[in-house]
Design a protein around this ligand. Structure first.
Ligand SMILES: NC(=O)c1ccc[n+]([C@@H]2O[C@H](COP(=O)([O-])OP(=O)(O)OC[C@H]3O[C@@H](n4cnc5c(N)ncnc54)[C@H](O)[C@@H]3O)[C@@H](O)[C@H]2O)c1
Ligand SMILES: O=c1ccn([C@@H]2O[C@H](COP(=O)(O)OP(=O)(O)O[C@H]3O[C@H](CO)[C@@H](O)[C@H](O)[C@H]3O)[C@@H](O)[C@H]2O)c(=O)[nH]1
Length: 324
């Protein structure tokens, strides 16, 4: 099977590309490299293109035989989306509309889409299951929800089959240690903590210590990037076997506080890791923990990296190699 991976040079996409190749899939990566790294997909067939460019997409589809698409290409910084919503709607919604139209015109009917826990907004119940009401509190989450709605209507009208995966906090790195999380700017907790351990950053800021949680800091559900990769491949296998279009949450089902993450990183790295308590970052829900029962029941997915120490250790291996 030939898989087009949009945004495949990014953090999660590059890990999924690895796993797809290991399983014998033919992969073509499409990325405009705005936030991705060519080195993360070394030796993989690659086309530099932008999904907001309809003509470029059309050329990719007409020149290549594509059986299915995995779609990671998006902007995903919550704070930036608050100040630049237009940028997010253009890239995430218009870009995806172009992709869906190119798929339809070229009779490609299988899509795995990167959605997010941000579609839920402030949760009413923990753990969050897929039926939880969706009410994004920022434009980033709103663009992902808009795409999910578009997918539903394209499914009804044109038979586009999709699996939308709502990831909670992606973390960790491939065991090989040669690909990992490399965002610029970096906003995610674990890489910032590890950069502090390496002395690249002087300290890690703890955003808020007055949340209604046991230690006052936010709880998040961290999921290893290769467990996400497994879910993508299972989603693809399901669609290939005639499975229904659907939405799945992806998390480990355990919440770790910001302080617990820093403490675990101290243990893993053996470094003191200077932390300072600061004000809340706007828009952060206190607790985000997933129920992933649906994908476990329906596709038999099971996380291989259930242990937070294991997740942070894998990220540490990559950070030591790349930021030392
Ligand atoms: N990292 C997380 O914790 C997390 C959580 C939930 C959802 N997601 C979603 O998963 C996906 C991947 O996230 P990531 O952390 O790997 O991000 P990333 O920025 O590392 O990867 C996205 C890739 O898409 C490319 N891209 C962006 N806009 C493009 C465009 N218009 N045309 C072509 N390529 C484009 C970028 O260059 C980059 O390589 C995103 O859709 C994100 O919203 C991520
Ligand atoms: O320097 C930092 C960075 C983060 N945090 C806190 O650490 C937690 C995790 O933050 P971060 O790693 O930025 O992830 P989230 O804001 O939880 O968002 C991620 O996880 C969400 C799902 O849970 C996805 O929707 C988003 O796309 C993805 O970026 C939050 O409580 C932050 O306030 C700090 O205290 N200090």
């Amino acid at each position: 099977m030939n898989i087009l991976v949009c945004g495949g040079a990014g953090y999660i996409g590059s890990h999924v590309v690895r796993q797809l190749q290991k399983k014998g899939y033919e992969v073509l990566v499409l990325d405009n490299l705005i936030n991705g790294h060519l080195s993360a997909v070394d030796g993989v067939p690659f086309v530099k293109a932008d999904i907001t460019d309809k003509q470029a997409l059309q050329e990719v589809f007409s020149r290549n035989s594509i059986d299915a698409v995995m779609h990671f290409a998006a902007f995903s910084i919550v704070g930036e989306s608050m100040s630049k919503p237009g940028l997010y709607y253009r890239n995430n919604v218009l870009g995806t509309l172009n992709l869906l139209e190119a798929m339809r015109e070229n009779k490609v009917s299988k899509l795995i889409f990167s959605s997010t826990a941000a579609v839920y907004g402030e949760p009413e119940e923990i753990p969050i299951c897929e039926e939880h009401r969706t009410k994004p509190t920022n434009p980033y989450g709103a663009t992902k929800l808009a795409v999910e709605e578009m997918l539903n209507w394209f499914n009804h009208a044109y038979g586009l089959n999709y699996v939308s995966l709502r990831y909670f906090n992606a973390a960790g790195a491939d065991e090989s240690g040669d690909i990992g999380e490399d965002h610029n700017p970096e906003t995610h907790l674990i890489p910032l903590v590890l950069k502090t351990a390496l002395g690249v950053l002087p300290e890690i800021k703890i955003f808020g210590t007055d949340y209604p949680t046991p230690d006052g800091t936010c709880l998040r559900d961290y999921i290893h990037v290769n467990d996400l990769a497994d879910a993508h491949i299972m989603g693809l296998q399901s669609l290939s076997g005639g499975g229904q279009s659907t939405i799945f949450n992806l998390g480990n089902g355990n919440g770790f506080s910001v302080k617990e993450i820093i403490e675990t990183a101290r243990k893993v790295t053996g470094k003191p890791i200077q932390a300072v308590e600061t004000d809340r970052r706007t828009g952060d829900p206190a607790v985000l923990v997933a129920s992933s029962e649906k994908i476990k029941q329906e596709l038999g997915w099971q996380p291989r990296y259930g242990d937070i120490e294991q997740i942070i250790s894998s990220a540490w291996r990559w950070h030591q190699r790349n930021f030392n």
